[in-house]
Design a protein around this ligand. Structure first.
Ligand SMILES: [Zn+2]
Length: 197
């Protein structure tokens, strides 16, 4: 299930963009809902060591390879407050990989935005979710340095979706119970089918 991938100058892998060093990374298996690890409130990161930086690299690689625009640590089985994202979707665009450790929303706009959201832990399912259009987020980088930035539109939705993961909240938790149950049943079936395959 775990694949080692060598990347050279961005490589031929879709996920390789933006990575200019020859490095070995590990693609992490992504947990599929329902899974108790996706419902946990994650613990803050306290150790800013090489393992953390390596884990962040693995998460970015896993996200690009999926492909996705955001990934939270619990989705790959680590219940710590860390996420990665890159909302530059065009293959020709300059990648903007971001790693956030212990992120927190410090301000959100009254103005709302609706995006059709999906989730790597809920493959193939999409639904409209309303969230604040803009948010300000504070976080630490993998070296423990503090950052704060404002996000708008897709970036704002993505960072809110990922921070939700750190509190055990999935985008389907914003949907009506019936729709949520329907999606959960589909995911249970998907997991059964994958186990059999
Ligand atoms: Zn998600």
């Amino acid at each position: 299930m775990i694949k080692g991938v060598a990347l050279f100058d961005g490589g031929e892998l879709r996920g390789g963009r933006g990575l200019t060093k020859c490095i070995f990374m590990t693609l992490k298996p992504i947990l599929i809902h329902p899974d108790p690890r996706l419902k946990k409130v994650c613990d803050p990161v306290t150790e800013f060591d090489r393992d953390l930086a390596r884990f962040a690299d693995d998460m970015l690689q896993t996200m690009y390879e999926a492909p996705g625009i955001g990934l939270a640590a619990p989705q790959v089985g680590l219940t710590k407050r860390m996420l990665v994202m890159d909302c530059v979707k065009e293959a020709s665009g300059t990648p903007e990989p971001m790693v956030m450790v212990n992120p927190a929303v410090t301000w959100s706009s009254d103005e709302k935005n609706v995006y059709e959201e999906g989730c790597l832990s809920i493959p193939g399912q999409y639904a409209d979710v309303e969230r604040p259009k803009m948010v300000r987020v504070s976080w630490l980088d993998v070296e423990g340095k503090a950052h704060e930035e404002e996000f708008d539109a897709l970036w704002a939705t993505c960072v809110q979706h990922e921070i939700d993961h750190l509190d055990g909240i999935l985008f389907i938790d914003y949907l009506k119970p019936l729709k949520r149950q329907m999606i959960t049943r589909k995911m249970q079936k998907l997991k059964r089918d994958r186990t059999r395959a």
